[in-house]
Write a protein that binds this ligand. Structure first.
Ligand code: NDP
Length: 241
């Protein structure tokens, strides 16, 4: 049976790797993005995966976007809440705008997306929700009070919803990545990478986006029906909770 998967922020970075892993697993995939049309077009050209643009922080846009995807591809079986942003600042310098932008995308976005696929999954008695949290939601991180708050909230949200979905055949899980080799990491100076970051990671290297993607693809598979409410840490041993 071909499953329909929707990956938010699925056009680049970790999300793109997730979209590709789900496609390789046999799913029909829709990937969303916020505004980077050029990157999304290049991704579709390269992979054949259709992309859709809207802001996950906007409830009505999520509702309309999901309705469009379901009209194009069919009912969504798998939702991966991957879209996320950072607006880092030490708390004494953090502005309400820093706070609210991160809440809108990382936390309200998870509600807006999940709420708009939930009833359909309940009716069809099947669903897979996987949300991408972060090691920094598990352990906290300097200058990330906003980001860490949202990523910790993903875990509470997941544990609550897993209980509601269990009898309806819907599993709800979190993957919490550590440092992943993405565009963001390539801007870090070599000295900081070698002397500060890598020594914190027992396996001695950054993770690859494809490694996060394979963990997500497993949790999204039909085989993972007995796993719900869990947080899968993928951080090279940096933090063991
Ligand atoms: P990127 O910045 O590379 O990509 C983010 C994606 O999300 C893009 O497709 C972007 O669209 C989309 N997006 C951002 N804001 C919105 C929005 N408001 N509405 C819809 N789409 C949006 O992110 P990463 O690959 O680095 O991170 C992916 C996830 O993994 C995030 O949740 C992040 O917090 C988490 N994570 C990342 C780690 C890392 O090391 N990179 C470590 C731990 C967790 P567009 O291209 O249009 O901007």
């Amino acid at each position: 049976m071909t499953r329909i998967a929707l990956v938010t922020g699925g056009s680049r970075g970790i999300g793109a790797a997730i979209s590709e892993a789900l496609k390789a697993q046999g799913c029909t995939v829709a990937a969303t993005y916020a505004g980077n049309d050029e990157k999304a077009a290049a991704f579709t050209k390269e992979t054949g995966i259709k992309t859709y643009k809207w802001n996950v922080g906007d409830y009505e846009a999520c509702k309309a976007g999901i309705a469009q995807i379901e009209a194009d591809l069919g009912p969504v079986d798998i939702l991966v809440n991957n879209a996320g942003i950072t607006r880092d600042a030490p708390f004494h310098k953090m502005t309400p705008q820093h706070w609210h932008e991160v809440m809108d995308t990382n936390l309200n976005g998870v509600f807006n997306m999940t709420h708009n696929v939930w009833n359909g999954m309940r009716e069809r008695k099947f669903g897979r929700i996987v949300t991408i949290s972060s090691i920094n939601g598990q352990k906290g991180q300097f200058a990330q009070a906003n980001y860490a708050a949202t990523k910790a909230a993903d875990i509470g949200f997941t544990k609550a919803l897993a209980q509601e979905g269990a009898r309806a055949g819907i599993t709800v899980n979190v993957v919490a990545p550590g440092y992943i080799n993405t565009e963001m990491m390539s801007t870090i100076p070599e000295k900081v990478m070698n002397e500060v970051i890598l020594p914190q990671i027992p396996v001695g290297r950054l993770g690859e986006a494809s490694e996060i993607a394979r963990a997500v693809a497993f949790l999204a598979s039909d085989d993972a029906g007995f796993i719900t409410g869990s947080t899968l840490s993928a951080n090279g041993g940096q933090y063991m909770s």
